[in-house]
Design a protein around this ligand. Structure first.
Ligand SMILES: Nc1nc2c(c(=O)[nH]1)N[C@H]1C(S)=C(S)[C@@H](COP(=O)(O)O)O[C@H]1N2
Ligand SMILES: [Mo]
Length: 332
């Protein structure tokens, strides 16, 4: 497979494919400008969305500091998910190529994301469950043994990585709180405080960021809560202190910085579906034969650092290579 060197400032993956948030309609943009008080002066900044090439980790002590979180021990590597068909992505690349719209609409949000206050943290588990409970982060770490899982990661924008998560399966939480028979779906809510995470477009985004799953999806072996990455606590840009990881779905289903988990009867509204209902469905499974309305999903750019940012074009796998685990969820 060809490794393509990307000339600086041209054709970065995020520019090659329009990001989730593109193509806002004119009314939304005007509303955003009015909302931020920028007036027309703000327009070039919004439309331009410029960004330099990735900096090399060695040159950026600030990046190293954001990645140098505390060790998370003990944890056990899960042998079923010890490796995949491609190498684990470099920590420094993963840590400076993120989607986190609370902190901006570009990929270089790692610095802005350091404003996220993560200590103390608690997660409210509520709704149609027998044992509703608010967990502190310490309680989660105490109750659920940590394992490491190397998972493929596929963004709907057609770039991909491989990430070594630390965390626990969602079904371990289900066993503890016991959903009631009426619970058919689960809504997950990300941290949101407009004083802290005020992005440029925040006036029309349907904050807080929310995602949802069918209950059977949450009970699937693959569905995971990550509290760590690369053997350490989750860096803030990756969604500290706890985020969702659903490796057979597009990355946007994996909400970051979870504060609430709610068991409900009907399909919950989700962030991207609310923003662009025709582009982002509720299931959002990785399916190469189902194109996004604005681009094909048949292949993906497995990104890595060459000299600079590079990628390998690869065929996209059905359910991101996890068909044996999840096929039955969708063929009933
Ligand atoms: N709260 C929140 N969660 C989010 C997002 C976001 O903007 N806000 N972006 C999603 C998208 S589109 C992707 S691809 C992944 C990126 O995860 P990473 O930055 O850890 O690689 O986070 C997902 N979770
Ligand atoms: Mo994404």
């Amino acid at each position: 497979m060809a490794r393509i060197r990307i000339p600086p400032g041209w054709h970065l993956p995020e520019q090659a494919v329009t990001p989730e948030a593109a193509y806002l309609n004119r009314r939304q943009i005007l509303r955003a400008i009015v909302g931020t008080g920028l007036g027309v002066m703000g327009l070039p900044a919004i439309a331009g969305c410029q960004r330099g090439a990735l900096s090399q980790a060695a040159d950026t002590p600030q990046l190293a500091a954001t990645l140098d979180t505390s060790a998370l021990e003990p944890y056990t590597p899960n042998p079923q998910f010890a490796a995949v068909d491609r190498p684990v992505t470099e920590r420094e690349l993963a840590g400076q190529y993120n989607n986190y719209y609370e902190f901006g609409s570009g990929k270089s949000v790692w610095q802005a994301a350091q404003k996220l206050p993560t200590d103390p943290w608690s997660v409210e588990v509520t709704g149609l469950v027998k044992y509703p409970r608010t967990y502190t982060l310490e309680a989660l770490l105490h109750d659920f043994p940590l394992e490491e899982r190397v998972y493929r990661f596929r963004c709907v924008e057609a770039w991909s990585m491989v990430l070594p998560w630390l965390g626990f399966p969602m079904r371990a939480l289900l066993a503890q709180v016991e959903p009631m028979p009426a619970a058919k779906f689960v809504r997950f809510t990300s941290f949101y405080d407009p004083q802290i995470v005020l992005g440029l477009f925040s006036s029309f985004y349907p904050w807080p960021y929310t995602e949802g799953l069918r209950l059977e999806e949450m009970a699937n072996e693959l569905a995971f809560f990550a509290v760590g990455l690369y053997g350490k606590q989750l860096p803030k840009q990756h969604g500290a202190p706890i985020r969702m990881v659903l490796p057979w779905k597009y990355g946007f289903k994996g909400a970051k910085a979870i504060v609430k988990i709610e068991f409900v009867e009907t399909e919950p509204k989700t962030f991207w579906h609310t923003v662009q209902p025709h582009e982002y469905g509720f299931l959002a499974n990785v399916e190469p034969e189902v194109p996004h309305p604005r681009w094909s999903q048949k292949t993906e750019r497995f990104i890595s650092t060459g000299p600079g940012l590079s990628w390998e074009e690869r065929p996209t796998l059905l359910y991101n290579g996890y068909a044996e685990w999840v096929r039955d969820l969708y063929t009933a």
